[in-house]
Each structure stands twice: as structure tokens, then as C-alpha cells.
Design a protein around this ligand. Structure first.
Ligand code: ADP
Length: 448
């Protein structure tokens, strides 16, 4: 087993990882920036090491400093959480070269699936349908791109092969707009991801986002933990997630998941991972794989009773999976609301000091947060400050519990998107049945 773990992340997920480590008897070393000194997740760890100033480039993304902190504090493993360095193959390789177990797949797998074009090819080979599109990088030549787009059929979406976080994507509705869209997306991709390779897909007009959670060990065993529906998005960023995905046939999920597990075996993939799909007209189309823990893993934990983070640690320590597919059952329904420090109307970030904080509690309510009264929400980092997770016998009960949790949640001093969540969850169409990825944008700007 791992003896001492470095947590190379911050906020709610740092506390979540500390909890999983503690349950397995693993000591925790929490890295942090100067801006995060004194925070709950720093105080809660067995040991804390400051690795640099506030800017992420100098602290949470500072690979040499993080490795040095891990070695100096006698750690044997590193958990990268989500975001930050979690899908950086260079960091995974650096950990392994330094004698530290990286809690995640091998660097080679991260690199391969981090390239969305390569990922499309892996999935096609495993027999998984992808959104109709290109399996090669787009050429520089505009006329050649026009031919590709015409072949796919408008509207199309141009995407950065190395994109993430909902950035580096642009919808093109007609051939006249293609040239400008290619130019802007290429520049954006180069700036944001250091690589301007692009590809193109058909833009589906009313899909749901459905994703499959898997766990694979280093011995060739792999299971899936069912699916999540993450269609409630704003600017391609998830806002509410739920599990299971209502109305999607079990047979389709099982067949798609079986192909995902084949892809894992083909790749020699070990760790937790998520295969993301768009679901429309009864079909699933692969869009990308995330080779890390996801923000929304809690809804899967709620309906399976399986601790995904503990399994990540056990897999990284070389333990074989003892879960068998036939033993994994889905019970009830779970919802997650991401509470962001942002203006509920304009969505502008609202950093500042939290004067009072009272989390909701009760049957079927789980809160993941690092907030506490007096906490500072710094302007430097992601604005997600809490996750509310509710579960119930069915979707309606999970939604009702979430409404109760939102009503009980108290965050004074900064604004949050809680009002948006209440609006979404009380909307008759949403309560009636799951909606497409365009629901929020239509709700906010109905005339658009
Ligand atoms: P990222 O890596 O930035 O998260 P994804 O490829 O996972 O990008 O896409 C994020 C979101 O963008 C999807 O959940 C979906 O809402 C939207 N999207 C992506 N591809 C398409 C497509 N071909 N058609 C319609 N919407 C899409």
C-alpha cells in the first residue's frame, strides 16, 4: 500500500482525496500556494508544504517544486485530482521517474487519449461509434477544409485536438463562416493548449451528454460503474450532473460500456476514467475520454456505493480490482449541483471573503466543500466552491432533496449560482424529463 500521499490540488477535491487516503491508513501531504495558506484543506492534512506564490503556473502547476515537496516529505505517491496537472503526461512521467506512483494511468495513455483525434481512432478500433467527423487533423488549405465540412454536413463544430474545459471549440453553420472560424479557433488553441491541431465533427442539434465511468487495474481487470447525464451545461461547462441517465436503454449503456472496457484493455489503461458521449435519437456517439477523476464522480458513488477515490489509490498501489461487474448494481437516483462563486445573472466571478457559511445536511445529502466562515475565495483559481449531492429512491426525490439543500445552504459575503440551480430544478420541463445540452442557454436567453 501507499504510505504517504502528496495531494497536488486544492479546494474541495483536496479534502475529498484526504478523506479517501485516511480511510486506507495513508498519510497526506498537502501542497499549497501562499494564497491558500491557512485554508481548511491545508489545515486538515497531516503535513502541508507551500510550493509557490498564488499564480497556478508558479504553484499548483509547478512540477519541479511539487516533485521536490513529495520527495522531501518522503511520499511514495501523488494524487493530481482533476484539472491542473491531472492530464499532463509530462507530470505523470516525472512522478514515475522520481519513484513516485502517479495516481492515474500511464503517461502514454494520458497522452494518447488527451489527443482527441487519436482517441477517436482508438474508439473506432474498439467498435465505438464517434460523432461523424474527421479522424485526421484538418489541413491548412481552406478549400480542403470546405470539402471536409461539406462532406460532414453543416452545422459543424471545429475542435482543438488538445482542447479541454469547454474551450477551443467553435460551431460553424455555413460555408461562408468557415475561414474566420478556423483562424480564430487555431489561434485560440495555440494560445490555450500550445498546439493548434484541429479537427471537425458534425454539430448535433439536440443531444444529451451521457458519460460512462470505468475502473481498470494494472492486471487487465476492468469494470464500468454505469453512466451519468451531464447535459446541464453553460458554455460547454457542466453545471448539474445526475446518475443514472433517465430514458437511455440499459442494453445500449451495457453494449457501449463493454466497448469502452475493450478500449481500456487495448490501451493497457489502469485507473479511473470516463468516456464521454453525446446521445441523440437513441444512439451514443463518443466525443472524448477523461483520464482522471471527475468533479461529478460523487453521483456515481451515490448510486453504486463504491468509493472511486479509494479505488484509484488501491489501483495505483498495484492492487487488483475485486469488484465484479455482476456485483455492481445501481440504486435510486443522484443529482449534483456545482456551486460556483459567480454572479447568478452575469456569471462574472465573485471572489471575496465568505462571512458566514452553513452547509445543508440531512438524509440523502452530501456536501463536498472547503468553505468555512471567514474563508477567502481567491481570484486566482477555479470558482467552484462546493458541490451539493443528493440521492433518493427516484429522480423526483433526488430533485426535491436538492431543492431543500439549496434552500438550507447559506453562503454570506459572496454571490453564488444557487439561484440558477433553483430555477433549473423547479423548471417543469427539467422535472418532467432530462433535457438536452442547450437547455440552460435557452432558459437564460430564450430569444437566442
Ligand atoms: P472539452 O474537452 O472541452 O470538455 P468536449 O469535446 O468534451 O470538450 O465537449 C464539451 C461539450 O461541448 C459537450 O458536452 C457538448 O455539450 C458540446 N459538444 C461537443 N461536441 C459536440 C458536437 N459534435 N455537437 C454538439 N455539441 C457538442
Amino acid at each position: 500500500m501507499i504510505k504517504r500521499l502528496v495531494i497536488a490540488n486544492r479546494g474541495e477535491i483536496a479534502l475529498r482525496i484526504q478523506r479517501a487516503a485516511r480511510a486506507l491508513g495513508i498519510e497526506t501531504v498537502q501542497i499549497h500556494s501562499t494564497a491558500d495558506a491557512g485554508t481548511s484543506f491545508v489545515r486538515a492534512a497531516d503535513l502541508a508544504v507551500c510550493v509557490g506564490p498564488a499564480a497556478t503556473a508558479d504553484s499548483y502547476l509547478n512540477m519541479p517544486r511539487i516533485i521536490a515537496a513529495a520527495l522531501a516529505s518522503d511520499c511514495d505517491a501523488v494524487h493530481p485530482g482533476y484539472g491542473l496537472l491531472s492530464e499532463n503526461p509530462e507530470f505523470a512521467a516525472l512522478c514515475e521517474e522520481s519513484g513516485l506512483a502517479f495516481v492515474g494511468p500511464r503517461a502514454e495513455c494520458i497522452a494518447k487519449m488527451g489527443d482527441k483525434i487519436a482517441a477517436r481512432n482508438v474508439m473506432t478500433a474498439a467498435g465505438v461509434p464517434c460523432v461523424p467527423g474527421t479522424n485526421d487533423p484538418l489541413p491548412d488549405d481552406l478549400d480542403a477544409c470546405r470539402t471536409v465540412a461539406a462532406g460532414i454536413g453543416y452545422p459543424v463544430i471545429i475542435k482543438a485536438a488538445h482542447g479541454g474545459g469547454g474551450r477551443g471549440m467553435r460551431v460553424v453553420r455555413q460555408s461562408d463562416d468557415l475561414a474566420a472560424a478556423l483562424k480564430t479557433t487555431r489561434a485560440e488553441a495555440r494560445n490555450a493548449f500550445g498546439d493548434d491541431t484541429l479537427f471537425m465533427e458534425r454539430f448535433l442539434d439536440r443531444p444529451r451528454h451521457v458519460e460512462i465511468q470505468i475502473l481498470a487495474d494494472a492486471h487487465g481487470n476492468a469494470v464500468h460503474l454505469g453512466e451519468r447525464d451531464c447535459s446541464m451545461q453553460r458554455r460547454h461547462q457542466k453545471v448539474i450532473e445526475e446518475a443514472p441517465a433517465m430514458g437511455v436503454s440499459r442494453a445500449l449503456i451495457d453494449a457501449t460500456a463493454a466497448a469502452c472496457l475493450r478500449a481500456c484493455r487495448d490501451l493497457g489503461y489502469a485507473g479511473a476514467g470516463t468516456f464521454e458521449f453525446l446521445y441523440q435519437d437513441g444512439e451514443m456517439f463518443f466525443i472524448e475520454m477523461n483520464t482522471r477523476l471527475q468533479v461529478e464522480h460523487c453521483v456515481t458513488e451515490a448510486i453504486t456505493g463504491i468509493d472511486i477515490v479509494q479505488w484509484q489509490l488501491r489501483i495505483a498501489a498495484g492492487e487488483p480490482l475485486t469488484l465484479r461487474q455482476e456485483d455492481i448494481a445501481l440504486h435510486g437516483h443522484a443529482m449534483e449541483c456545482r456551486i460556483n462563486a459567480e454572479d447568478p445573472e452575469t456569471f462574472a466571478p465573485t471572489p471575496g471573503r465568505v462571512r458566514d457559511f452553513i452547509p445543508p445536511a440531512g438524509n440523502g445529502i452530501r456536501v463536498e466543500t472547503h468553505l468555512e466562515p471567514g474563508a477567502e475565495v481567491p481570484p486566482y483559481y477555479d470558482g467552484m466552491v462546493a458541490k451539493l449531492v443528493t440521492s433518493g429512491r427516484d429522480r423526483t426525490e433526488a430533485i426535491d432533496r436538492m431543492m431543500g439543500a439549496l434552500a438550507a445552504l447559506r453562503i454570506d459575503g459572496i454571490q453564488s449560482n444557487a439561484p440558477l440551480h433553483r430555477r433549473l430544478l423547479s423548471h417543469p420541463a427539467f422535472r418532467e424529463e432530462p433535457q438536452t445540452i442547450h437547455f440552460i442557454e435557452h432558459l437564460i436567453a430564450p430569444e437566442a
